[in-house]
Write a protein that binds this ligand. Structure first.
Ligand code: TA6
Length: 279
């Protein structure tokens, strides 16, 4: 744990050039440096007041993806203070693991009256970064939820970045009134405001930055959907915590269980994971 003011970030150090930094506010991963190269996007205007969701990195979305009649958009997990359950520890191969958790409290129960525990296990290896997300129903009644890892990938230039693996899939287009379309092109190149939920997606997606030659493979399990988002110029300018000229330098490729709620029975555990690997 490193401390600057009252901000205590968790750092998983594989070596001086490969590390992950996690902010306990929302258990938001705010950096993944791989051999000295930052692979995630965090806005220069991001707010770190321990209240607002951090604009960038990997916010954790739970118990609701999108607008929520019970509380804040994307739920309360990304704006709650998580506990460090296990400090970073390196194994014999130098791979570092840490565990963060979030349990219900008066604030969450006032919005969503269920007992739960989220456990978020992070593992950093030489070329990959894994996230395992578990939801335990600690209540005596079932509850429904949706969840997602809202990953902001850094891009040299989004119009020179291929997203591969979503061809021929159906997607819900939130820019076009929620209508459903079929994806024709593969790879996808984002050249406008895009906000799509791809359905029944394969468990391997590639994000290929053709300008600097870095390709990240997103491998996932039990996250059936992929959300693709770039605000583009107009929506970027409308966000106070997002620089007007930053939209070319990011693409959100988000693994989630969002199209239909998951019903978790009392005492049961939901588990999903994503691993990002530089290939
Ligand atoms: O994941 C895409 C999305 O749902 C977009 O609709 C946009 O709202 C984005 O999330 C960011 O949401 P936020 O609440 O962080 O501003």
């Amino acid at each position: 744990m490193s401390e600057k003011g009252d901000i205590i970030n968790l750092t998983l150090n594989r070596d001086s050039n490969t590390f992950v930094r996690v902010h306990p506010h929302g258990a938001t991963v705010i950096a993944w440096q791989w051999k000295g190269k930052e692979l995630l996007f965090v806005s220069k205007q991001a707010v770190f007041d321990n209240k607002k969701a951090i604009r960038g990195g990997i916010p954790v979305v739970f118990p609701n993806f999108g607008p929520w009649e019970l509380g804040p958009q994307h739920g309360f997990a990304r704006t709650s203070k998580w506990k460090v359950e296990k400090e970073p520890v390196a194994d014999k191969d130098g791979n570092v693991t840490a565990v963060l958790s979030l349990e219900d409290d008066d604030i969450t129960r006032a919005l969503w009256d269920y007992r739960f525990k989220l456990t978020y296990t992070l593992t950093l290896s030489e070329d990959s970064f894994g996230m395992k997300f578990q939801v335990e129903n600690k209540d005596n009644k079932p509850f429904d939820f949706t969840c997602l890892l809202h990953t902001y990938f850094r891009t040299s230039d989004v119009v020179k970045t291929d997203v591969l693996g979503l061809g021929n899939l159906q997607y819900i287009d939130k820019v076009k009134g929620g209508q459903t379309f079929q994806q024709v092109d593969d790879p996808i190149i984002v050249e406008e405001n895009v906000d799509r939920i791809y359905l029944n997606t394969p468990n391997e997606i590639l994000i290929k930055d053709k300008e600097d030659g870095t390709t990240v493979k997103l491998t996932k399990d039990n996250f059936p959907e992929i959300v693709l988002w770039n605000p583009w110029k107009e929506k970027a300018a409308a966000m106070g915590d997002f620089g007007d000229e930053e939209y070319p330098n990011m693409i959100c490729v988000e693994a989630g269980y969002v199209h239909k709620p998951y019903t978790l029975q009392p005492g049961s555990v939901f588990e999903a994971s994503q691993t990002l690997t530089v290939v």
